[in-house]
Design a protein around this ligand. Structure first.
Ligand code: F6P
Length: 196
């Protein structure tokens, strides 16, 4: 299969203040990452870059990260937007811990099933990513997905067979690219192999 690259957006102002959600711009450091990423992708793909598809979250920090990557086609997917933190949008983790300790604890206890009031939980994100996964598995061009921490945990867990329980705590660093090389699935060949 064609390689699939996953990356979070570059560091945002929200990352600096450890706040959740929001639609902030990149920090200066994050902006530098956008340039590094474009060079990295060019070095990885060489002439193959003319076939590259960029699939990007519509949030500013993601589009600003992807903008310098040269490609065949750039598209925004609403499904790649970050987990919606609902009423806590823009709050810091510390504020939630201090002012809404029950919500904070409920999430600590069951991060997979917790859903933010008026927002989403990890299971909601898993569901909305379904069409993205189906499209990725069918794609015969290289793809780079530029998205967010929670979304990339879901995709990473799916492609690495990590359980849903463990998924919400997978470390997904900023300024890092994960390369997936999907294995081609040949049901007939493997059936023949099993019979031999
Ligand atoms: O901190 C960055 C961020 O993308 C937030 O916008 C989002 O709420 C959070 O990560 C998701 O990670 P976690 O589920 O660990 O809070």
């Amino acid at each position: 299969g064609c390689p699939v690259y996953l990356t979070r957006h570059g560091e945002s102002l929200g990352n600096q203040t450890k706040s959740m959600g929001g639609d902030g711009n990149l920090s200066e450091t994050g902006d530098r990452y956008a340039g590094v990423l474009a060079d990295f992708v060019a070095a990885q793909l060489g002439a193959g870059q003319s076939r590259l598809l960029v699939w990007c979250s519509p949030m500013k920090r993601a589009t600003q990260t992807a903008r310098a990557v040269k490609c065949h086609r750039y598209s925004q997917w609403q499904a790649l937007t970050e987990l919606d933190t609902g009423v806590f949008n823009g709050c810091s983790y510390k504020q939630v811990e201090r002012d809404y300790p029950d919500e904070f604890t409920a999430r600590e206890v069951d991060k997979l099933c917790y859903r933010y009031p008026e927002g989403e939980g990890y299971l909601d994100v898993v569901n909305r990513l379904d069409p993205v996964v189906v499209a990725l598995e069918k794609e015969d061009r290289p793809v780079i997905v530029v998205s967010h921490q929670a979304v990339l945990r879901c995709l990473y867990a799916y492609f690495h067979d990590i359980s849903l329980r463990e998924m919400p705590r997978i470390p997904i660093s900023l300024h890092t690219v994960v390369k997936l090389t999907p294995v081609d699935y040949h049901p007939e060949a493997s059936a023949a192999g099993a019979a031999a």
